[in-house]
Design a protein around this ligand. Structure first.
Ligand SMILES: [Zn+2]
Length: 121
Protein backbone atom coordinates (compact mmCIF):
# COMPACT_ATOMS: atom_id res chain seq x y z
CA UNK A 1 0.00 0.00 0.00
CA UNK A 2 2.81 2.33 0.86
CA UNK A 3 4.41 1.77 -2.50
CA UNK A 4 1.19 2.56 -4.28
CA UNK A 5 0.93 5.82 -2.39
CA UNK A 6 4.47 6.71 -3.39
CA UNK A 7 3.76 5.93 -7.02
CA UNK A 8 0.70 8.17 -6.96
CA UNK A 9 2.72 10.98 -5.39
CA UNK A 10 5.40 10.56 -8.02
CA UNK A 11 2.85 10.68 -10.80
CA UNK A 12 1.26 13.83 -9.39
CA UNK A 13 4.70 15.38 -9.21
CA UNK A 14 5.49 14.38 -12.79
CA UNK A 15 2.21 15.77 -14.07
CA UNK A 16 2.88 19.03 -12.23
CA UNK A 17 6.39 19.24 -13.69
CA UNK A 18 5.16 18.35 -17.15
CA UNK A 19 2.64 21.21 -17.02
CA UNK A 20 5.34 23.65 -15.91
CA UNK A 21 7.75 22.52 -18.59
CA UNK A 22 5.10 22.82 -21.29
CA UNK A 23 4.29 26.38 -20.19
CA UNK A 24 7.97 27.25 -20.13
CA UNK A 25 8.66 25.73 -23.55
CA UNK A 26 5.82 27.71 -25.12
CA UNK A 27 7.10 30.89 -23.49
CA UNK A 28 10.54 30.18 -24.98
CA UNK A 29 9.02 29.37 -28.36
CA UNK A 30 7.20 32.69 -28.35
CA UNK A 31 10.44 34.53 -27.68
CA UNK A 32 12.37 32.57 -30.29
CA UNK A 33 9.82 32.56 -33.11
CA UNK A 34 11.01 35.71 -34.84
CA UNK A 35 14.73 35.13 -34.88
CA UNK A 36 14.98 31.38 -34.62
CA UNK A 37 11.85 29.72 -35.98
CA UNK A 38 13.70 26.40 -36.04
CA UNK A 39 14.22 26.66 -32.28
CA UNK A 40 10.57 27.56 -31.71
CA UNK A 41 9.52 24.44 -33.63
CA UNK A 42 11.89 22.36 -31.58
CA UNK A 43 10.45 23.71 -28.32
CA UNK A 44 6.95 22.85 -29.50
CA UNK A 45 8.12 19.38 -30.45
CA UNK A 46 9.58 18.84 -26.97
CA UNK A 47 6.42 20.18 -25.33
CA UNK A 48 4.31 17.76 -27.35
CA UNK A 49 6.52 14.84 -26.36
CA UNK A 50 6.27 15.79 -22.70
CA UNK A 51 2.50 16.04 -22.95
CA UNK A 52 2.29 12.61 -24.55
CA UNK A 53 4.67 10.92 -22.16
CA UNK A 54 2.90 12.18 -19.05
CA UNK A 55 -0.53 12.25 -20.66
CA UNK A 56 -1.01 15.90 -19.84
CA UNK A 57 -2.98 17.88 -22.36
CA UNK A 58 -1.57 21.08 -23.77
CA UNK A 59 -3.85 23.93 -22.69
CA UNK A 60 -6.18 25.18 -25.41
CA UNK A 61 -4.63 28.64 -25.61
CA UNK A 62 -1.19 27.12 -26.20
CA UNK A 63 -2.46 24.49 -28.61
CA UNK A 64 -3.58 27.29 -30.90
CA UNK A 65 0.04 28.04 -31.50
CA UNK A 66 0.82 24.59 -32.83
CA UNK A 67 0.27 23.70 -36.47
CA UNK A 68 -1.45 20.35 -36.60
CA UNK A 69 -0.02 19.52 -40.01
CA UNK A 70 3.65 20.37 -39.72
CA UNK A 71 3.92 20.56 -35.92
CA UNK A 72 5.54 23.98 -36.10
CA UNK A 73 5.01 26.95 -33.83
CA UNK A 74 2.39 29.36 -35.14
CA UNK A 75 3.08 32.99 -34.40
CA UNK A 76 0.36 35.32 -35.68
CA UNK A 77 1.93 38.01 -37.84
CA UNK A 78 5.16 36.06 -38.18
CA UNK A 79 4.39 32.75 -39.82
CA UNK A 80 0.66 32.48 -39.35
CA UNK A 81 -2.28 34.39 -40.76
CA UNK A 82 -5.33 34.91 -38.59
CA UNK A 83 -8.69 35.50 -40.22
CA UNK A 84 -12.26 35.43 -39.07
CA UNK A 85 -14.75 33.39 -41.04
CA UNK A 86 -18.29 33.57 -39.73
CA UNK A 87 -18.10 32.13 -36.26
CA UNK A 88 -14.65 30.68 -36.58
CA UNK A 89 -11.17 31.99 -36.25
CA UNK A 90 -8.95 30.57 -38.96
CA UNK A 91 -5.24 30.34 -38.40
CA UNK A 92 -3.33 29.52 -41.54
CA UNK A 93 0.18 28.18 -41.27
CA UNK A 94 2.28 29.97 -43.85
CA UNK A 95 4.76 27.14 -44.12
CA UNK A 96 2.51 24.20 -44.91
CA UNK A 97 -0.80 25.94 -45.57
CA UNK A 98 -2.53 23.99 -42.81
CA UNK A 99 -5.62 25.67 -41.43
CA UNK A 100 -6.70 25.58 -37.82
CA UNK A 101 -10.22 26.58 -36.91
CA UNK A 102 -11.82 27.35 -33.64
CA UNK A 103 -15.06 29.09 -32.76
CA UNK A 104 -14.57 32.45 -31.16
CA UNK A 105 -18.05 32.88 -29.77
CA UNK A 106 -17.74 30.28 -27.03
CA UNK A 107 -14.43 31.43 -25.73
CA UNK A 108 -14.74 33.09 -22.39
CA UNK A 109 -11.94 33.25 -19.85
CA UNK A 110 -12.18 30.43 -17.36
CA UNK A 111 -14.59 28.43 -19.50
CA UNK A 112 -12.57 25.28 -19.78
CA UNK A 113 -15.15 23.19 -21.55
CA UNK A 114 -15.06 25.52 -24.55
CA UNK A 115 -11.27 25.46 -24.49
CA UNK A 116 -11.16 21.70 -24.45
CA UNK A 117 -13.80 21.43 -27.13
CA UNK A 118 -11.90 23.61 -29.58
CA UNK A 119 -8.60 22.00 -28.69
CA UNK A 120 -9.85 18.67 -30.01
CA UNK A 121 -10.13 19.86 -33.59
ZN1 LIG B 1 2.13 24.05 -40.71
Amino acid sequence: MKRRKQAAARKAFNVEMAGQRIDRLFALAEKACRDRPDLADRYVDIARRISMRHRVSIPGELKRHVCKQCGGYLAPGVNARVRIDGRNVLITCQRCGGIKRYPYKNITPGNNSAERHCGEQ
